[in-house]
Design a protein around this ligand. Structure first.
Ligand code: UGA
Length: 466
């Protein structure tokens, strides 16, 4: 690692494999750091959280992501990957710094909290002593890249000529490694030919892997604003698709239609596509809900709020899923709602799933957990089982009862609520399950089962929109 200040025109080591840092070792930065080491780059992951850095350095991934622990160990052993809390070491080391810190919803309003970006960029800039490229990857309101450049200009020596680029990410939790190593597109923005070339070099490993596997990965090079907007546009569009199908689910329920057949039928139209048309309890997680709100807020600030009012409705449709599902469960157990909501006293609910989707332990804005809490408020006894999410759920919602096995959850239950499509839940056998419960009543919040099959085994079946 060299400490010497370089001339702005001759960045070190950028002709083939730039050295890369990822600032912020949450879910995003850690996955990227590990995957880029796997692609052959020398990588350092940086975070201010010492416990996190110690965990990664010791080969432990502090969250659940399939395949990632194995890849972490492999690449620590390769010597290409390391983790540190030492920002000077990071500044000395990397040609390209990716900003991967969180941009959560601001407490008290719907805008994005950029304080982690500000802190990370300020800290890095103060320690820079060579020309390098700082690339935003965190999801941000449009205009943030320009502001990041201003922070750098304020704190880093001007003669270094440090530039800002932007390259949004599209990784999905539970499929994260695949999405980084084999993305369906690469998007980036650079402000100069030098930066553009550097970003091409940064992504060369992905293109080489694609070539070996006979795939193509399209590259979309844009200006900074577009790169920022691409990400929020994608998440807002996905949210809209889900709320659309959930609105249609309401219509199916009132007319006796079946939303799963409807979604399948429209999904065959390639213009519509069959992905993200699963109706159910609504979308959650650390991204879709907050990105939707941040986009509406930012559009309002920029004077185009009127055009984005519909996204407020997308959000409302999503929130209403939770109330709607509680009502459906109350009807299933013959306790229809009064004006103050249902009274579920004495009802034991086997509650399957707490995370915001399967194959993760992430419970951020989880619809399943929010509905479980509403059932508890309605005085039901809610016995929650989740393959990976119990610890996080318990910390967030201590009022619920948690068990370690599916069998404990369903024992003597008055109703089974299957909420998150974990493999373990999707493959349940109606007869075997029926022998464990007190009452054969099923709320299929995942729309994953065949209603006729369950009814044939004596179950009262209730899906969402069917
Ligand atoms: C989402 C995007 O899909 C990623 O492309 C993006 O990179 C990421 O946010 C991010 O901004 O970092 P993720 O939050 O991991 O990824 O989750 P998704 O797989 O998108 O699912 C979001 C929610 O929508 C889940 O609660 C899921 O159950 C729900 N969903 C999804 C539905 O209700 N119906 C569907 O058809 C699909």
């Amino acid at each position: 690692m060299g400490n010497a200040t370089q001339s702005p025109e001759t960045p070190q080591n950028t002709t083939t494999r730039p050295r890369i840092s990822f600032l912020g070792c949450g879910y995003l930065g850690a996955t990227y750091a590990i995957c880029f080491a796997e692609l052959g780059y020398e990588v350092v992951g940086y975070d201010v959280d010492e416990a996190k850095i110690e965990a990664f350095s010791a080969g432990t991934v502090p969250f659940h992501e399939p395949g990632l622990p194995e890849l972490l160990k492999k690449n620590l052993d390769s010597g290409r990957l390391r983790f540190t809390t030492d920002v000077q070491a990071v500044a000395d080391f990397a040609d390209v710094h990716f900003i991967c810190v969180g941009t959560p919803q601001r407490p008290g309003d719907h805008g994005a909290d950029l304080s982690y970006i500000e802190a990370a960029v300020t800290e890095l800039s103060r320690h820079l002593n060579r020309k390098c490229l700082v690339v935003g990857k965190s999801t941000v309101p449009v205009g943030t890249a320009t502001w990041v450049q201003q922070i750098i200009d304020r704190h880093a020596p001007a003669e270094l000529g440090v530039e800002v680029g932007w390259s949004p990410e599209f990784l999905q939790e539970s499929n994260a490694m695949h999405d980084v190593l084999r993305p369906n597109r690469i998007v980036y923005a650079a402000q100069s030919e030098w930066a553009s070339k550097l970003l091409r070099d940064v992504h060369k490993g992905i293109l080489e892997l694609a070539a070996v596997e006979d795939r193509e990965v399209p590259i979309v090079e844009t200006d900074l604003s577009t790169a920022e907007l691409v990400k929020v546009a994608a998440n807002a569009y996905l949210s809209t698709k889900i709320s659309f199908i959930n609105a249609m689910a309401d219509l199916c329920e009132t007319t006796g239609g079946d939303i799963t057949d409807l979604a399948r039928a429209i999904g065959y139209d390639a213009r519509i596509g069959n992905k993200f048309l699963r109706a159910g309890i609504g979308f959650g997680g650390g991204c879709l809900p907050k990105d939707l709100r941040a986009l509406v807020t930012r559009a309002g600030e920029l004077g185009v709020g009127e055009s984005f009012r519909f996204l407020g409705e997308v959000d409302h449709i999503n929130s209403r899923r939770r109330v709607h599902t509680v009502r459906a469960i109350a009807e299933l157990v013959d306790r229809p709602s009064g004006p103050a909501g249902p009274n579920l006293e004495g009802v034991r609910v086997a509650y399957l799933g707490a995370t915001f989707k399967p194959d993760t332990d992430d419970i951020r804005d989880s619809p399943a957990l929010a509905i479980a809490r509403k059932l508890r408020q309605a005085r039901a006894e809610v016995v929650v089982y989740d393959p990976e999410g119990i610890d996080n759920a318990k910390a967030e919602a201590p009022e619920l009862t948690y068990v370690k096995t599916l069998a404990e959850a369903v024992a003597e239950a008055d109703a089974v609520c299957a909420m998150v499509p974990w493999e373990e839940f999707r493959t349940l056998d109606p007869e075997a399950l029926g022998q464990q419960v007190a009452q054969r009543r099923l709320l299929d919040g995942m729309n994953a089962y065949d209603p006729d099959e369950w009814r044939a085994h004596g179950w009262s079946y209730r899906g969402i929109g069917r």
